[in-house]
Design a protein around this ligand. Structure first.
Ligand code: FAD
Length: 415
């Protein structure tokens, strides 16, 4: 695989851009692989990448029913932060953030990581107490966050009305290193790097069955035929329940639609990511000038990957007091993705009842930010058969044993 560089751009400019290679190959599936990863979203691709990079396992196929990055990875609002409350969460999200900081260099692909700062507004006294607690927890965890006053909030975001009658801004939990990255580029960068290591990314190939014998997986049935494997990683987000059912076990996960929308493009007016969890909305501005806006999940289980009118109305109504500017803006597009929620709002990176089958799911509304850390931890689990320190707490049996990692405040509504 040729490296992207300033010299490559100059060379290609001289020859009318005829020498660029495809970013990744599109091979037919082989009869079997050492490892099959189902799902070419960010988490699946990152798992494959770190299997190759950290563990030297390269006879790997990533199997995707649609196009790579076409699931939640290409549908999210790209918020990246690591200001979680519980120690296992802070550890894995901060590992992800650290990897994001140098991901463009690592992948030789510009993922447009933009650490523009992120604030979570406190608009009730209950939230003030909750976020102060998180600031203290983050200090103990070595995650740099701080409490900022309403005046500091206003200075950072002049378009905000901090004196709303219903929900005045009482302060915010602020993480300077938080921000955004380009979601497609994250998937494309990992895919290109995996393909460069000789791994096969097989798109338009749906897994329709899992074959097993004597308690271990032997392969998968797909729309392109049977493919054998020695290890299987399931990384399919909102469709995890369906895939687990094919393998013969149940997961403590439910699937819900989560929607987002963007406004018409406007001049730069918001260079921080703002989350307002009490009123149920959040906002950032994209490089194109659109305001990227999101709210909560649908209140019922479903698999419809599309938007609905009531969501626009509810989310904008929630944000208008704090951001009066949006009352006059046109909304351009909306969409939905299927997220996988656990009861404690923390993920699963876990062994399963099948010996050589591993699952990574349950990232719910907030897994984009976790992609590099999750891939790192899942690769270790798949390669060694045992979870490393990043993944150990996230096993699927914690619900039976009552060892919840409660992030319902950090992740239930927000991302
Ligand atoms: C509207 C919205 C906003 C969000 N905002 C944020 C945010 O701001 N910050 C944040 O951190 N997170 C956010 N998230 C959550 C985040 O997008 C997800 O947690 C994350 O992208 C999950 O990545 P993934 O790789 O696990 O799943 P996906 O990207 O969904 O990938 C799973 C893949 O598996 C494939 N698949 C499913 N079934 C099969 C099968 N049978 N055979 C083969 N392939 C299959 C799917 O086609 C899909 O491509 C948001 C999500 C949505 C929907």
């Amino acid at each position: 695989m040729k490296r992207y560089s300033v010299f490559a751009i100059a060379r290609e400019a001289m020859r009318y851009h005829t020498g660029w290679e495809k970013a990744w190959r599109s091979p037919a599936p082989k009869a079997d692989y050492d490892v099959i990863i189902v799902g070419a979203g960010g988490h699946g691709l990152a798992t494959a990448y770190y299997l190759g990079k950290n563990h030297g396992i390269r006879n790997v196929a990533v199997i995707e029913k649609g196009w790579l990055g076409g699931g939640n990875t290409g549908r999210n609002t790209t918020i990246i932060r690591s200001n979680y409350l519980q120690d296992p969460s802070a550890a894995i999200y901060d590992k992800a953030l650290q990897l994001y900081e140098t991901l463009s260099q690592d992948l030789n692909y510009n993922v447009m990581f933009s650490p523009r700062g992120l604030m979570m507004l406190a608009q009730t006294h209950h939230e003030v107490r909750g976020y102060l607690r998180t600031v203290h927890a983050n200090q103990l965890q070595g995650v740099a966050t701080r409490w900022i006053t309403p005046q500091e909030v206003k200075k950072l975001v002049p378009i905000m009305n901090i004196d709303g009658p219903r929900y005045p801004v009482l302060g915010a939990l602020y993480q300077e290193r938080g921000g955004t990255a380009r979601h497609d580029a994250v998937a494309w960068g990992y895919a290109r790097a995996c393909s460069g290591m000789g791994m096969d990314i097989i798109q338009n190939c749906e897994v329709t069955g899992v074959t097993s014998a004597n308690g271990v997986v032997t392969g998968v049935e797909t729309t392109q035929g049977r493919i054998g494997c020695r290890k299987l990683g399931m990384v399919v987000a909102g469709h995890s329940g369906q895939l687990a059912e094919m393998a013969g076990f149940r997961l403590p996960v439910e699937s819900l639609a989560l929607q987002a929308l963007v406004s018409e493009p406007v001049k730069p007016c918001l260079d921080v990511v703002v989350m307002a969890n009490t009123v149920h909305g959040y906002m950032s501005q994209s490089d194109k000038g659109e305001l990227v806006i999101g709210g909560g999940t649908d209140g019922f289980n479903n698999f419809t990957q599309r938007g609905s009118f009531h969501h626009i109305e509810e989310t904008l109504r929630a944000l208008i007091e704090t951001f009066p500017i949006i009352s006059r803006m046109k909304m351009l597009r909306q969409w939905g993705g299927i997220v996988d929620m656990t009861g404690d709002r923390s993920p699963l990176i876990s062994k399963t009842p099948l010996g050589n089958c591993f699952i990574n799911c349950g990232w719910g509304t907030g897994g984009f930010k976790a992609i590099p850390g999750s891939g790192w931890a899942m690769a270790e689990l798949v390669a060694t058969g045992e979870p490393g320190p990043l993944a150990a707490a996230f096993n699927m049996w914690r619900f039976r044993e009552g060892q919840f990692i409660d992030e319902s405040v950090a992740a239930g509504v927000a991302h």
